[in-house]
Design a protein around this ligand. Structure first.
Ligand code: COA
Ligand code: AMP
Length: 627
């Protein structure tokens, strides 16, 4: 039995010992004597009697261990033409001081702080400062519109919000402050204070509620880490579900720290002093886990990159970052590599850089298409490791444990389950599917440490959305199969969630926005295949009887409406006015059939269809929409 297999079995057969052993990688103010608390099953908690501070684990303990002068975080920002390195000592000091700012504003244990910031060091500083105080951060991705930000403010009810005057999208300066002000106008909850970082690219007008970051920092007194219970929430991260109401995924501190520390070594093969470059955004789970917490928990160096993979100034920026900072593991979404390949198909730009430090390329967030896998592998000549996980799970469910034993890679598969993940393929009746046959991918409970204990303020929604379909199992929302070697093949979502350029979005949420237009009678949004972004949304609407408007005008209004209400990140660029939508006799829109036709698949006409001629009329429109 190989090292991986031994670890996997131990984690499933005796999770209690496995995770208590793993917990030794973390400094506890009160060490846990137990790993799993199943007292409130199916809600589980990890390390129930443990007490720790995650920020102290990410910063202070490395300074105490003599790593104070080592680089903790490198902000590499081609969009501003700057590179700035924070040593562990400097990062600890700034975080401690910003924790003082928050404490002065009344933030304490359990208070929520919404963070709406671009990819700048202050994003990590604000997150870690919350962790230092035992407060709960909720980072909102900058590409979301005020309405989405407002929904998160109302759910998290933060006394304080942290934001900046602007973000920079390649050549465009996006003023964040007016977006924040609009969001607060839209929200029912009013934060007492907003701490605003003024960036030179756009200086924001400050109001009575606003506090200037620099001035507050100058006046603040640093604070020490506050020990909290392992099970206390570290953060809430909102993610798209099947409706427009985002799900507030809760993350506890203790289980997360233990799981991330395990994954840094076991999966990403990164230890103290080594450099990880995760090209994502702090607004996504990948950014939380592997730009901020994971690398810092193990005393590594993290690169926080403010820019795109292409166009700032060219498609060689990832190679430059790898060469300049001696990156060992690079982690991004396949979309980034598709974008680089499109701009530089022969990889000519790579020749200009010494990327000999790079040992692995890790990809996740969306399906890794075989062409991108092949191209990246041939170009870089290193293992290209696909791994599969979700906002909810916090770290990889399935991957290739490079730090333990690199398992043979099978293109199209993210390889095998990580410790603690008991992956099963179920049929609609909850029976296990035979090897090789597709079904719903489910995880046998309990989920390992690091995964969500619940949804914010909504245990019922957690149970309803994830635990009710198959009692005793967590429903991932993805479909796929296991092969005879235990490799997982993920075939895609089985619900209304789509992945656009590695960004998780809800078609249901977009439909709610389209349906709110006064001229729209009904609508459908489906995800169709896209060569660059993997998937993109396409909208189809039927206008109300008597509406006599130029369809082009309505279509343009609808595209703008989604941009205004969800945000540019929704990337809904095309909406078509159609005479009718195909439905079953009970009135359910046949979205799956529409998607299959758009993707050029053989789509059998469902026997439940109400009027087949509607589908016939729509076929050419769908084919065109799918490219
Ligand atoms: N703040 C404000 N706007 C943002 C934003 C942010 N943080 N991030 C994206 N947007 C905007 C973009 O500017 C774009 O606006 P536009 O419609 O006016 O052009 C829109 O949202 C759509 O963004 P995106 O789908 O990302 O397209 P893009 O053309 O800007 O970039 C890629 C395409 C492939 C380069 C980019 O998506 C990428 O780097 N992806 C990597 C994947 C990734 O980070 N995944 C996260 C999970 S691992
Ligand atoms: P997010 O919560 O944004 O991380 O998105 C999670 C979803 O992205 C999963 O449920 C999958 O549908 C998809 N996903 C993530 N990683 C992969 C992968 N390696 N292969 C296929 N799909 C993936």
């Amino acid at each position: 039995m190989g090292a991986y297999e031994q670890i996997r079995r131990a984690s499933i057969e005796d999770p209690e010992s496995f995770w208590l052993d793993a917990a030794a990688s973390i400094d506890w103010t009160a060490a846990p004597t137990r790993a799993l608390d199943a007292g409130a099953a199916p809600l589980f908690r990890w390390f129930p009697d443990g007490e720790l501070n995650v920020c102290a684990n990410a910063l202070d303990r490395h300074v105490a261990a003599g790593r104070g002068e080592q680089a903790a975080l490198i902000h590499d920002s081609p969009v501003t033409g700057t590179v700035e390195t924070y040593s562990y000592r400097r990062l600890r000091d700034e975080v401690a001081r910003f924790a003082g700012v928050l404490a002065d504003l009344g933030v304490g244990v359990g208070d929520r702080v919404v963070i709406y910031l671009p990819m700048i060091p202050q994003a990590a500083i604000a997150m870690l400062a919350c962790a230092r105080l035992g407060a709960v951060h909720s980072v909102v991705f900058g590409g979301f519109a005020p309405r989405e930000l407002a929904a998160r403010i109302d759910d998290a009810t933060p006394p304080v919000i942290v934001s900046a005057s602007c973000g920079i999208e390649v050549q465009r300066v996006i003023e964040y402050k007016p977006l924040l002000d609009q969001a607060i106008e839209l929200a029912a909850h009013r934060p007492e204070r907003c701490v605003i970082l003024q960036r030179p690219q756009a200086v924001a007008a400050m109001g009575p509620r606003d506090v200037d970051w620099d001035a507050a920092m100058a006046a603040a007194v640093p604070v020490d880490p506050v020990p909290v219970r392992s099970t206390d929430p570290l953060y809430i991260l909102y993610t798209s579900g099947t409706t427009g109401k985002p799900k507030g995924v809760v993350r506890d501190g203790g289980g997360y720290a233990v799981a991330l520390a395990w994954s840094m070594r076991g999966l990403y093969d990164i230890g103290p002093g080594e450099v990880m470059f995760t090209a994502s955004d702090v607004g996504w789970v990948v950014g939380h886990s592997y730009i901020v917490y994971g690398p810092l928990l193990v005393g590594a160096t993290t690169v926080l990159y403010e820019g795109k993979p292409v166009g700032t100034p060219d498609a060689g920026q990832f190679w430059r970052v790898v060469a300049d900072h001696r990156v060992k593991s690079l982690f991004t979404a396949p979309t980034a590599f598709r974008a680089i390949r499109k701009a530089d198909p022969d990889g000519t730009l790579l020749q200009g850089y010494d990327v000999s430090s790079l040992r692995y390329l890790f990809l996740a967030g969306e399906r890794l298409d075989p062409e991108t896998y092949r191209w990246a592998g041939e170009l870089l000549g290193i293992p290209v490791i696909d791994h599969w996980w979700q906002t909810e799970t916090g770290w990889a469910i399935v991957g290739d444990p490079a730090g333990i034993e690199l398992l043979p890679i099978k293109p199209g598969s993210p390889t095998r389950p990580m410790p603690g993940w008991d992956v099963r393929i179920l049929d609609p009746a909850g029976q296990e599917m035979p090897v090789g046959e597709d079904g719903a991918i489910a995880i046998r409970l309990p989920l390992p440490p690091g995964s969500l204990p619940t949804l914010w303020n909504d245990d019922q929604r957690y149970v309803r959305s994830y635990l009710s379909t198959y009692p005793g199992f967590y429903l991932t929302g993805d479909g796929g199969h296991l092969d005879a070697d235990g490799y997982l093949f993920v075939m895609g979502r089985t619900d209304d969630v789509i992945n656009v350029a590695g960004h998780r979005l809800s078609t249901g949420g977009m439909e709610e926005v389209l349906a709110g237009h006064p001229d729209v009678a009904e609508c459908a949004v489906i995800g169709v295949a896209d060569v660059l972004k993997g998937q993109v949304p396409r909208g189809f609407v039927v206008l109300k009887a008597g509406v006599d408007r130029d369809p082009d005008d309505v279509e343009a209004e609808l595209v703008q409406r989604v941009r205004d209400q969800i945000g540019a990140v929704a990337a809904l660029r095309e909406v078509s006015v159609v005479p009718a939508l195909p439905k079953t006799r009970s009135g359910k829109i046949l979205r799956r059939t529409m998607r299959q036709i758009a993707d050029g698949q053989d789509a059998p006409v469902p026997s439940t269809i109400d009027d087949a001629s509607v589908l016939d009329t729509l076929r050419p429109v769908l084919r065109k929409a799918g490219g």
